[in-house]
Design a protein around this ligand. Structure first.
Ligand code: M6R
Length: 609
């Protein structure tokens, strides 16, 4: 789960690496390090904690070299410490690694018997010694690298360099992302495209088993045996400003505020108003096949799982077909009853989440087709799926997912509309009506953002509380889960999301005057029932924050605080409600002085089980 980076060019690698690592910090930030070739010698600098600590250390004692590699870490083997931070050296070899080496103990034992001394608790150090070991046998760095990776089991993206061959960086991947880039002056490698945007838009995504060689002459890709492989280059449209905070205090706030524009982007060019249909040309599965789909499944993790739950409610209510939703880590190990003819929809912002990827592979093994709703273009999940519906929300840097969630939900609206039209459950007129509704969603989000000050006031009133409960019904039950997840992950307040009707079956025992209850009560067919649940918690003295539809006055009597979203169709309320809860969680976290973009113990992309 770490970020790796490499540079070989004419400028000082230190600046390129440090600036690039800032873009990758979302992948892990418990320690960071770089290695450069300074006058032919490997020089390593590592620091515990945020990248600024490494910057400080480089200010105290500067380095210069035009070739280098860098790393930002999220610990798996060994606690965050300077010793465990990457890069790791052995002999005249230095490497950085993202992933987990499953057979590192066996390798370690063997290498220790050969006389290698391990200085860290990491699995990565075994790779460095392994390469050095193979170099001892008078092999070139490339030969040693190839021989070494043949012995590795697990997941990895590895970049390495060697004093003996200073004009070369070597990289490989298996199960972890890696992208190469180049311009007229330099070549680059990275865990994702964001650090490269300041230098180039032309990139090459490596596949598992690829070995990349970066030299002043450019980039070549071969397989593990040295046979050349041609990998297509892609053009990346994201602009460099997209990965900056744009003046906002945190990426999370910037990303929340981007949502009206992003939701438009998700929709843009993807419908035909005349046909009253979504036009998902970029999905490569022939969409007519949806008529024959035996059973639909949705599989995802975390916030993406919540989007999947919204998708289930949506698909079932629009097209009246059963949909099963699963958490990635559960699906992969419970021998799911997936069969040929089934469609498994996997949802992921990063497209690299290990459990979601494993679920997609399992679904394919069982004969299902896999359609993925993904944000990161060229990610492993996108490449391995039969079809991809990109959410187009741009890079999401904040660990707490916001814009990815709402764009995933928007993608489900488009998908459900298209399946409904394809299966003739919706006629063109229904379709046009839906498209009108979808076109209004960005405006609903704008409305919520305009009323952010009300959410700040709510945050000020409640940020010292230690427990929260979120209640929702129907399509807004997953929004209660998502609201609670947002609050807990960035404010460290304990929060539970519940189906409102389930309250009385146990959780109501938790309620007292110190436990605020957030009730999602927009106008819909379950409104009265939700209001009854609100009254039940109120009767037990809980402070109630109600999120209702604009113009609803009946709630004034019962809730302590009210926030109104625009009065929209019931199936569309999840998006404005989610945005209101994102803003509430954000302001609570800020008031609690938490580093919102870097919540403790979390990483943006969970590429390990
Ligand atoms: O990249 P993915 O969408 O597959 O990530 C899934 C979860 O790890 C992610 O949504 C996580 O729950 C976020 N921290 C939520 O804000």
């Amino acid at each position: 789960m770490c970020g790796i980076l490499g540079y070989l060019g004419r400028d000082n690698a230190v600046d390129v690496l440090v600036n690039g690592l800032k873009r990758l910090e979302y992948r892990g930030y418990d320690s960071a390090g770089i290695a450069v070739l300074q006058q032919g010698r490997i020089e390593v600098r590592r620091s515990v904690g945020a990248l600024r600590n490494l910057e400080e250390s480089l200010k105290r004692e500067s380095l210069f070299g035009t070739t280098g590699i860098g790393h930002t870490r999220w610990a798996t083997h060994g606690k965050p410490s300077e010793q465990n931070a990457h890069p790791h050296c052995s002999g005249n070899v230095v490497i950085v690694h993202n992933g987990i080496i499953e057979n590192y103990l066996t390798l370690k034992q063997r290498l220790e018997n050969e006389g290698y001394v391990f200085e860290s608790e990491t699995d990565t150090e075994a790779i460095a010694h392994l390469f050095a070991f193979h170099m001892q046998e008078r092999r070139s760095f490339l030969q040693a690298f190839r021989a070494g990776i043949r012995e590795l089991r697990g997941s990895y993206a590895i970049a390495g360099m060697c004093e003996a061959e200073p004009d070369m960086l070597l990289v490989t991947r298996s199960g972890c992302p890696l992208v190469l880039g180049q311009n007229e002056n330099a070549v680059f490698l990275s865990s994702d495209v964001t650090p490269l945007l300041a230098h180039t838009r032309t990139v090459t995504f490596l596949e598992d088993g690829d070995l990349g060689t970066l030299t002043p002459r450019g980039v070549t890709v071969t397989d593990g045996e040295g046979r050349p492989i041609s990998r297509e280059t892609s053009h990346v449209d994201w602009n460099a400003e997209a990965v900056e905070k744009g003046g906002a205090p945190h990426f999370m706030l910037k990303e929340i505020h981007e949502q009206p524009e992003i939701l438009l982007d998700t929709l843009r060019g993807r419908y035909s108003y005349d046909a009253g249909d979504a036009d998902l040309l970029d999905v490569t599965i022939p969409l007519e096949t949806f008529r024959q789909v035996r059973r639909m499944w949705i599989v995802a993790c975390g916030t993406s799982w919540h989007a999947g739950m919204v998708g289930k409610y949506l698909l079932e209510s629009l097209i009246r077909r059963p949909v099963q939703v699963d958490i990635g880590s559960e699906f992969r190990y419970r021998e799911p009853l997936v069969q040929e003819g089934d469609l498994v929809i996997t949802v992921s912002q990063s497209g690299e989440t290990a459990d979601t990827l494993a679920a997609a592979r399992e679904a394919k093994r069982l004969g299902a087709r896999v359609l993925s709703i993904v944000n990161v273009v060229g990610s492993t999940l996108a490449r391995e799926s039969d079809g991809v519906l990109y959410t187009r929300c741009g890079p999401e840097i904040s660990v707490a997912s916001t814009k990815a969630f709402t764009s995933q939900v928007m993608a489900f609206y488009l998908f459900a509309l298209h399946v409904g039209r394809t299966c003739h459950v919706l006629n063109p007129e229904d379709g046009r009506w839906w498209l009108d509704q979808l076109a209004a969603v960005p405006g609903y989000v704008e409305h919520v953002i305009k009323h952010e000050a009300e959410l700040v006031s709510l945050a000020k009133r409640f940020y010292r509380k230690r427990n929260f409960i979120y209640l929702g019904r129907g399509i807004n039950f997953p929004i209660a889960l998502e609201g609670a997840l947002k609050l807990k992950e960035i404010s460290y307040i304990h929060a539970e999301g519940y189906a409102a009707g389930e309250m009385k079956h146990g959780p109501i025992a938790l309620i007292d005057e110190d436990v605020p209850v957030v009730v999602l009560a927009p106008r819909n067919q379950l409104y009265d029932k939700t209001l009854s649940n609100l009254m039940e918690v109120k009767a037990r003295n809980a402070p109630v924050i109600a999120l209702v539809s604009e113009g609803d006055h009946s709630r004034d009597v019962s809730a302590d605080c009210v926030f109104a979203i625009p009065d929209c169709h019931a199936l569309l309320s999840p998006i404005p409600l989610a945005v209101a809860l994102q803003l509430f969680a954000y302001h609570v976290a800020v008031l609690r002085n938490i580093d919102v973009d870097r919540p403790r113990n979390l990483a943006k992309s969970v590429t390990v089980e």
